[in-house]
Design a protein around this ligand. Structure first.
Ligand SMILES: Nc1ncnc2c1ncn2[C@@H]1O[C@H](COP(=O)(O)OP(=O)(O)OP(=O)(O)O)[C@@H](O)[C@H]1O
Ligand SMILES: [Mg+2]
Length: 284
């Protein structure tokens, strides 16, 4: 008999996805193409974390924008929860936002600097769920607590809270609509090391609590290794290697991945120490 894990369709499936930027030609410059995402394929089962790692400019955020539907793939397809991004978008952005959410690379940039933190989350709730003002506020406060923030954060302005707190607020705002998939683009690169670990452990806990499928994007192999069941290594728009985290980090087959891991001392240690303790990475 087939195991359920083998018969279940993946929550996220990208096949041969491509996105090229074309810089227009002008008097001084010939037309040029940046192959930001160039034939990327991967599949993520529900409730698992897929880490995408690679140096600055390799196409990670462009890939994220394709998954979230801000850009449309120029070739290939992305299926989330059984439907292509285009099919989701045809049902409306609002419905798609209930399927997939993203915590952007710069959470400050996605907040209204002139509005208190809590009411911004209330507004997100109002878009998706019909409920009273009081009920919205209660839900926001509950979500703030579940990401480890005090209720007092509700009435703070974005500039009055720390980077780590802002990152948590961004996570709270993404999760308040109960998405199935969460993309985190460099969730901790702006944070110092101790806060980094807190935010990452928070994501692990929220995944266990909500059954989230997580796509974790970082240039830092230690972050991705700590968190991910499987990882993909990107270089110049191509996923040069992918597989179970332990296997890829311990026995990288690709020269680029080897160089990336060699440049990050302690990557293996972090992966083994923390991820196994959390039951994320099995013995292999
Ligand atoms: N709007 C755009 N127009 C033209 N080129 C772009 C645009 N956005 C990104 N690019 C180019 O596409 C490539 C991939 O960029 P992307 O932002 O996806 O990289 P990244 O892996 O997220 O980098 P980082 O780690 O610095 O965030 C880069 O060469 C970048 O210069
Ligand atoms: Mg980026």
């Amino acid at each position: 008999m087939l195991q359920p894990a083998l018969t279940a369709a993946p929550m996220v499936e990208a096949s041969d996805v491509r996105y090229h930027f074309v810089a227009r030609r002008n008097l001084w410059r010939p037309a040029s193409t940046v192959r930001a995402v160039d034939g990327v394929s991967f599949a993520i089962p529900a409730g698992r974390t897929f880490g995408i790692v690679g140096e600055s400019g390799c196409g990670k955020s462009t890939l994220a924008s394709l998954l979230i539907g801000d850009r449309l793939t120029q070739q290939g397809s992305i299926r989330i929860d059984g439907r292509t991004v285009e099919e989701h978008l045809a049902q409306g952005r609002k419905a798609y936002a209930r399927t997939i959410q993203m915590v952007a690379q710069d959470p400050f940039g996605t907040m209204d600097p002139r509005q208190k933190v809590g009411p911004q989350i209330d507004e997100t709730i109002a878009i998706h769920f019909p409920m009273s003002r009081a009920a919205r506020r209660e839900r926001t406060v509950r979500m703030l607590r579940s990401v480890g923030l005090a209720e007092s954060v509700y009435t703070k302005m974005p500039h009055q809270i720390s980077g780590g707190q802002r990152q948590r607020v961004a996570i709270a705002r993404a999760l308040v609509v109960e998405p199935k998939v969460l993309i985190c683009d460099e969730p901790t690169s702006a944070l110092d090391v101790s806060i980094q670990a807190q935010v990452l452990n928070l994501l692990l806990r929220l995944q266990a609590e909500f059954g989230l499928t997580i796509i974790l994007i970082s240039h830092d192999i230690r972050v991705v290794g700590h968190m991910s069941h499987e990882i993909g290594v990107m270089s110049a728009g191509i996923m040069v290697e992918q597989g179970p985290t332990r296997q890829v980090i311990k026995q990288p087959r690709n020269a680029y991945s080897r160089a990336l891991f060699d440049a990050a001392p302690g990557a293996g240690r972090l992966m083994r120490g923390a991820a196994e303790a959390a039951g994320v990475v099995g013995e292999g």
